[in-house]
Design a protein around this ligand. Structure first.
Ligand code: IVH
Length: 671
């Protein structure tokens, strides 16, 4: 029996360790399959010896029977709320109030933390074991959500390390990461079930269900940010050291938390995290500043249920309500008609918004948008503002349906919806001024011909003035320097700069030129693959759909688009005109697939790299290599970026070569 007990404890210890690596540190050490094997081994052993089962075993997260209602838990120490500041000025006033109260001229040391957009939780540990969890409730009494919280793998059932108090309450925010939220909503949509509006609602809806088996299926996690009751033990004397102590005991603590000096340090942090906000894997709605010294916190105390030593600095709201006054249709480069909402101006995401995208007709139908509706506008970071949803309860009786026009609002050509496509298109092609204008903007853009200084506004101006009607007219501007200089907001210097930029852009690369042509669905990566495969413009123009499909990444739809583009005489003429005007590039040596330098080699890409995986894949494939999804003995090398996980472990265990980003660059440039 002793043997079995030891075996059980060893397995549990191993699983706790790997659980912490995976869910708390986001840094798994072993592949998922190995974890699963250990887990099943423990399950089997426990099934054979049910008398040795313990509630803190890693197998005991799910399984409780559904509740009929939540019990209540009175918080030993109330869960307070935070005061708010909305501007730099209010933040400075907060800092001054603190210094006045402490009668201190010196800078205060603060801890700056993201304000997480989830729901607050209090976790109780006795002698290192998780005993219960309560929501905030009204701050005095919360709901007993212990069964549900047990299912969240990032929450330790038993503390790591040593030195924990006999009773310890840890407070934090339970939230749903953005990726998990999107996956969950995809799944719910597939099942035909109502989706969640945002990650916060999804987190709340997943935690406050009576059946913990539902919580267990939801991608919830936690960041801990404070302690409540502490009995029979000591905690460090600064807030930051307390967080470090919590991390050492196995709690998940947000990696963005920093110690900063004075109000200026706080404001710098606020700005910095604001620029990172969209790329964080979770939603935040501001920053929290907390006085670091616990002694000073105690001196400052509380006022009406909020600490004087902490405040939240909120970001401007990303969602606001307004009225949809009208809908217009914009025509893009490929003729696609995009419905654009004209809104009663509203301040959202830090700017005044009066236009927002409605994406396409399917979206309008899905969201059931009518003209006259009160709608919620969302502007997150630099993303184009969108109409997120409608408040149906506020629909006026004279609300109107939105209809796709039968004819292009710009050129009057017929509008069609090609079979199997979601978008409606103007059939005017290059007869439609809107399409031509967009095509010219794309041609001049940075990743295409990179005509420095020729932005969208200038293209519009040249177009309105009749100076350009077509992409090749751009290079005819070189002869019209005086005319350009005479335009509004131009002058001699700007005209000279533009002419220089045009001259410079004439010397390009084949892939840039192909991309600049704006063939539908030929992005940068495909343009590169085409350039490498065919080597010359002549070979590409001569290729038929079958030959085009041999290029990595080119499927039947893209092949048809390319073939159709080159079959049109005016496109071939444009290319010839551009060449006559001096646009040129270096050709590649076209090689049969077997002769390519990486022919026969197979690579796998993992982790975070500075370029997208698709891009790297296209580069490797253009050199003849294959790119596979999983590592095996046949893999030539694994290309591993940052935070590479189980694939890296597998490569190392199989003795497969591992290349970092620098080694990849060498491989690509020397092949
Ligand atoms: S500290 C006494 N830190 O904000 C201070 N709260 O408005 C107690 N929140 O109920 C809270 N991120 O749900 C703190 N880094 C953070 C936070 C945070 C989000 C939430 C929490 C609290 C609410 C207060």
């Amino acid at each position: 029996m002793k043997d079995i007990e030891q075996q059980l404890e060893k397995l549990r210890e191993q699983l706790r360790y790997h659980n912490h690596r995976y869910y708390v540190l986001d840094d798994p050490e072993i592949p998922d399959a190995e974890y699963d094997r250990l887990f099943h081994e423990l399950q089997a052993l426990e099934a054979a010896h049910p008398e040795l089962l313990t509630p803190d075993s890693p197998t005991q997260r799910v399984g409780a029977t559904p509740l009929s209602e939540f019990g209540e838990i009175r918080h030993a120490i109330p869960m307070l709320s935070l005061g708010n500041v909305f501007s730099d000025g209010e933040m400075l006033a907060f800092d001054k109030r603190i210094r006045d109260r402490l009668k201190s001229d010196a800078e205060i040391e603060f801890v700056a933390e993201p304000k997480l957009d989830g729901l607050a939780i209090s976790l109780r540990y006795e002698h290192g074991f998780f005993t219960r969890a309560a929501t905030r409730g009204d701050g005095e009494t919360g709901e007993d959500v212990t069964q549900n919280v047990r299912t969240i793998e990032a929450i330790p059932l038993r503390l790591m390390g040593q030195g924990w108090p006999q009773v310890l309450e840890v407070r934090g925010e339970i939230y749903m990461p953005k990726a998990g939220f999107n996956a969950l909503n995809d799944r719910l949509r597939n099942e035909g079930v109502k989706t969640f509006v945002n990650p916060r609602n999804a987190a709340a809806g997943s935690l406050r269900v009576l059946d913990s088996r539902i919580t267990a299926q939801r991608p919830l996690t936690i960041f801990c940010y404070a302690v409540g009751l502490v009995e029979g033990g000591e905690m460090p004397d600064t807030h930051h050291a307390i967080l470090q102590q919590l991390a050492a005991w196995g709690f998940r603590v947000c990696p963005e938390i920093r110690v900063v000096q004075g109000a200026q340090g706080c404001l710098d942090y606020y700005r910095n995290i604001g620029t990172k906000r969209d790329s964080l894997p979770y939603d935040i709605d501001g920053v929290v500043y907390k006085v670091n010294s616990i002694a000073l916190q105690q001196e400052l105390g509380f006022v009406s249920r909020a600490p004087r030593w902490a405040t939240a600095h909120k970001f401007p709201a990303q969602e606001e309500t307004t009225v949809l006054e009208d809908v217009e249709f914009q025509v893009g480069r490929t003729g696609a008609l995009t419905p654009v909402a004209r809104l009663k101006p509203v301040f959202v995401g830090g700017v005044t918004v009066s236009n927002a995208t409605l994406h396409n007709m399917d979206e309008i139908e899905r969201k059931d948008v009518h003209i006259g509706d009160t709608v919620i506008v969302r502007r997150a970071g630099d993303v184009i503002p969108e109409v997120a949803r409608v408040i149906l309860e506020r629909r006026p009786p004279d609300a109107r349906q939105i209809a796709m026009p039968t004819h292009c609002p710009v050129c009057g050509s017929e509008v069609q919806r090609p079979e199997g496509e979601a978008v409606f298109r103007c059939t005017g092609g290059l007869y439609c001024p809107a399409q031509v204008k967009e095509a010219i903007k794309h041609f001049a853009s940075r990743k295409a011909m990179n005509i420095d200084g020729l932005g969208d506004k200038l293209v519009e101006q040249f177009f309105e003035q009749g100076l350009i009607r077509h992409v090749d007219d751009l290079y005819r501007l070189i002869e019209k320097k005086e005319q350009i200089a005479a335009l509004e907001r131009m002058g001699d210097k700007s005209a000279a700069n533009l002419v220089n930029a045009l001259e410079k852009s004439k010397s390009s690369t084949l892939e840039r030129f192909i991309f600049a042509l704006g063939i539908r669905e030929v992005g940068e990566a495909t343009a590169k693959a085409l350039a490498r495969h065919f080597g010359t413009m002549e070979a590409l123009q001569a290729a038929n759909e079958e030959t085009l499909k041999l290029v990595p990444d080119v499927g039947p739809v893209v092949a048809a688009n390319i073939a159709r583009f080159f079959s049109e005489a005016h496109n071939r003429d444009t290319i010839q005109h551009l060449r006559d005007l001096g646009v040129h590039w270096q050709n590649y040596e076209a090689k049969p697939a077997e002769a390519l330098p990486l022919a026969g080699k197979t690579y796998v890409i993992t982790g975070t790299l500075s370029r997208s995986r698709d891009d790297i894949k296209a580069d490797l494939e253009a050199l003849g290599a294959k790119v596979a999804g999983s590592v095996s003995k046949k893999t030539t090398a694994l290309i591993a970026g940052e935070s590479a996980g189980s694939k890296l472990d597998k490569a190392q265990s199989l003795g497969v070569e591992v290349l970092d980003e620098a080694a990849l660059s060498v491989l690509l440039s020397h092949s």
